[in-house]
Design a binder for this molecule. Structure first.
Ligand code: NCD
Length: 459
């Protein structure tokens, strides 16, 4: 039997699979009402632990246009979650005889990954905290693809709250994989998180380099944000260039604006108190932006002024409308009604399950911190030598200070070449040497002074 597929991260789809979904979406959009035979009788459950308008309604509309039905828990705070039910238990129940597919939105990062571990049907991530929002990305890529005919080589400005916008994170990963260039113009203090930049560099081969926003006019008026300074790599602009050189950004194909994600600010503070970026007719007057489409996942507040709505470059409402055919194609694929999946699904990064005594993800908003009974310690191995690991739920990098080998009961430094000989299933990860030794591991023989040095902190 074919392996059950889920859409938790945009990485779960190959480029060919995404393109097949775009082609199907385009075909569907030619006659939206002509597909009611395709998924007749299928039931989608929409479980939303956070507010939503477009995502939930477009999934529900898409299911119904395909001839299926919907059961919805639009406000999971009114469900058994308020009685203390775990996400894992809810998912086990709803994915039994209730529904053929789950669409989940949740405030904790990694929630969809956990749900996929417990579900007997495909799980689609409709947003997990500030981590990912892969179906929005499909809608966004599809919109760019319809507007420009291709994705490779496009120069796309990512603007606004790049730190907490999950739509930005999934979009940036996918754009990088399709060979598009990213020009980051964050709201001051809301740069891409270091773990996202690291993934872009190490997994997707994007080089952050210095770029000049001189030609971008007011859009880049806080010009420090379009330069990468090696001392402060978190204040970055990403601009991939074949020669790897700093250069002026001459011509932009799309500006993707985002809302300040105030609900995710720990202090409950708001970005409105400081001057927030605003895009309008004046900002878009720069020569380099004359053909740039303006996109936004919506809802918007003031970051795109209403006077821009009549400008033909503003495609954000079209972008939202395209969510229905894209999600119809996606649902049909995950319900097994159209054939878009590669015969050999690509291998995701190796995942290793840890034991109870090992290092847990430090990120407070990670689902593994709240679903303690149901979430294993689970790591993605980014690299074995030197050892680099990320949480398999929320993708955050985990700083490992010592790596035990359960067979020899010896610990190694994370940068030790000897780790080549330790198979992932034998490994045990600890915060530091003391933890490893407290758990009975001895220093591996031949440890050099350099290997005894503590690993540098992650930025
Ligand atoms: C986005 C989200 O929920 O992340 N909305 C959406 O799904 N279209 C963007 C946002 O809320 O700012």
């Amino acid at each position: 039997m074919a392996e059950l597929r889920h859409l938790v991260s945009i990485d779960d789809l190959s480029l060919a699979e995404m393109e097949a979904i775009f082609l199907k979406a385009r075909e569907i959009s030619e006659d939206l009402t002509g597909w009611s035979h395709l998924c007749q009788g299928a039931i989608t459950a929409t479980l939303f632990y956070e507010p939503s308008t477009r995502t939930r309604l477009s999934f529900e509309s898409a299911t119904q246009r395909l001839g299926g039905g919907v059961i919805t828990a639009a406000d999971m705070r009114n469900s058994s979650a308020s009685k203390g039910e775990s996400l894992a238990d809810t998912v086990r129940v709803v994915s039994s005889s209730y529904a053929d597919l789950l669409v989940l939105r949740h405030p904790s990062e990694g929630a969809a990954r956990l749900a996929a571990d417990y579900a007997g049907v495909p799980v689609i991530n409709a947003g997990d905290g500030s981590h990912e929002h892969p179906t929005q990305t499909l809608c966004d890529l599809y919109s760019l693809w319809v507007e420009h005919g291709h994705l490779e080589g496009l120069d796309v400005v990512l603007a606004g709250d790049l730190r907490y916008s999950r739509t930005i994170h999934s979009f940036a990963y996918a754009l990088a994989r399709f060979g598009a260039n990213l020009v980051c113009i964050p709201q001051h203090g809301f740069e891409l998180p270091p773990y996202v930049v690291k993934r872009l560099r190490e997994e997707f081969g994007v080089e952050p380099i210095r770029a000049s926003g001189r030609r971008l006019g007011d859009l880049a008026k806080s010009s420090d944000v379009v330069y990468l300074t090696p001392q402060k790599p978190h204040q970055l602009s990403l601009f991939t260039d074949a020669k790897g050189k700093a250069q002026d950004i001459q011509h932009v194909h799309a500006v993707y604006m985002t809302r300040p994600q105030t609900e995710r600010y720990a202090s409950g503070g708001s970005a409105e108190s400081e001057e927030y970026m605003q895009l309008g007719k004046n900002t878009m007057a720069a020569e380099s932006l004359k053909d740039a489409v303006v996109m936004h996942p919506l809802p918007r507040r003031d970051e795109i002024s209403a006077d821009f709505d009549s400008d033909p470059r503003g495609i954000y409402f079209k972008q939202a409308a395209r969510g229905v055919p894209v999600r119809m194609a996606l649902l049909a694929a995950f319900l097994g009604k159209i054939d878009v999946f590669d015969a050999e699904p690509k291998l995701a990064l190796e995942v290793r399950r840890g034991e109870k005594d090992e290092l847990r993800c430090p990120k407070e908003s990670c689902i593994s911190r709240t679903e303690l009974r149901h979430a294993d310690t689970k790591y993605k191995l980014i690299s074995r030598v030197p050892l680099q690991v990320a949480c398999a739920y929320c993708s955050h990098e985990i700083q490992v200070g010592a790596v035990g080998c359960r067979t020899t009961q010896e610990w190694h430094a994370p940068n030790s070449p000897q780790l080549k000989k330790v198979r992932p299933e034998e490994m045990a990860f600890f915060a530091d040497v003391k933890e490893a030794e407290d758990r009975g591991f001895q220093a591996a023989p031949g440890l050099s002074e350099a290997e005894r040095e503590p690993a540098p902190p992650v930025l």
